[in-house]
Design a protein around this ligand. Structure first.
Ligand code: HEM
Ligand code: HEM
Length: 230
């Protein structure tokens, strides 16, 4: 997340987010909502299909965090406490610049959401409900008690995910209302109307094979889970 532009900002739209990261984000938003709804309605076949698609998305995003373009890379946005504190203390200063990609503080929320999703889907894969009627594809590899505990924790973990999503949306609203910076537009179009920090030419692209390899790896992991589930 970022703040308002500086006077020195280039006027031209600047590419900040690549297509796969944007697609990942909006598919995730739709599928997390759908997973919640299907769980509430006990539409478990749909719930598991939606959950498995999220498994694929998360595997892809972790891969993309190492192989994707600059703003998608974990090393470009996950920073130490000093950078986070220095960013937080500069938030209300006039010289504050729009970050190129996630800012150090927003990156914390991004990392927490991705981690919470890993926990959520991993527990779901091993989960079993109390009457043993519904189970994740990998539940047969653990004991009944463990699968039941995974089911309980899967339900609890969702509350943590909801809190993180709530904070995420609150932070975006804060930027819009207080800092007058619209972060949502760039997450849709990939570009921001005015610049800030980062290369004037915008985000450099990566070769297509890297994207294709990521899709193959993510699809492969989901395929293996389905095969293992029998
Ligand atoms: C299920 C709900 C949501 C989840 C799980 C979620 C998750 C995420 C994640 C993981 C990222 C990091 C993107 C990446 O680097 O891959 C992100 C960024 C972002 N999300 Fe969401 N999100 C949710 C809902 C929303 C909604 C409803 C909005 C719009 C109102 C939104 C707007 C954004 C924006 C603007 C960014 C980029 C922030 C920045 O500029 O650093 N998200 N979100
Ligand atoms: C982000 C993704 C996911 C979300 C948000 C989510 C959410 C939930 C919630 C809220 C419940 C509790 C339903 C209730 O009893 O009221 C639930 C149950 C369940 N989920 Fe998920 N889930 C996700 C992914 C998965 C995945 C990947 C699987 C396995 C393929 C899965 C399998 C199950 C099973 C078997 C249950 C029943 C367990 C029980 O009721 O104790 N879920 N899920």
């Amino acid at each position: 997340m970022a703040a308002e532009p500086s006077a020195a900002s280039p006027a031209k739209p600047q590419k900040v987010w690549d297509g796969p990261t944007r697609l990942f984000h909006w598919l995730l938003v739709g599928l997390v909502a759908f997973s919640w709804w299907t769980a509430e309605e006990h539409l478990m076949t749909l719930h598991k299909a939606s959950g498995l698609t999220i498994v694929g998305l998360v595997v892809f995003r972790i891969y993309w965090g190492f192989m994707g373009p600059d703003t998608a890379r974990f090393t470009s946005f996950i920073k130490g406490p000093r950078a986070i504190l220095s960013y937080a203390s500069s938030l209300f200063k006039p010289a504050h610049q729009l970050a190129f990609g996630h800012n150090p503080l927003g990156a914390l929320s991004v990392a927490a959401i991705i981690l919470a999703l890993v926990v959520q889907v991993s527990l779901g894969l091993f989960a079993m409900d109390t009457d043993g009627l519904e189970s994740g594809p990998l539940a047969r590899f653990v004991s009944y008690d463990m699968a039941e505990t995974a089911g309980d924790l899967h339900e609890d973990a969702f509350n943590i995910l909801l809190v993180l999503i709530g904070l995420h949306i609150a932070a975006i609203a804060f930027y819009l209302i207080v800092k007058r910076a619209n972060l949502v537009g760039p997450m849709i179009t990939g570009r921001r109307a005015h610049g800030g920090a980062g290369p004037e030419a915008g985000l450099a692209t990566v070769p297509l094979w890297r994207f294709i390899l990521g899709v193959v790896i993510a699809g492969g992991v989901v395929g293996l889970v389905i095969l293992a589930g029998g």
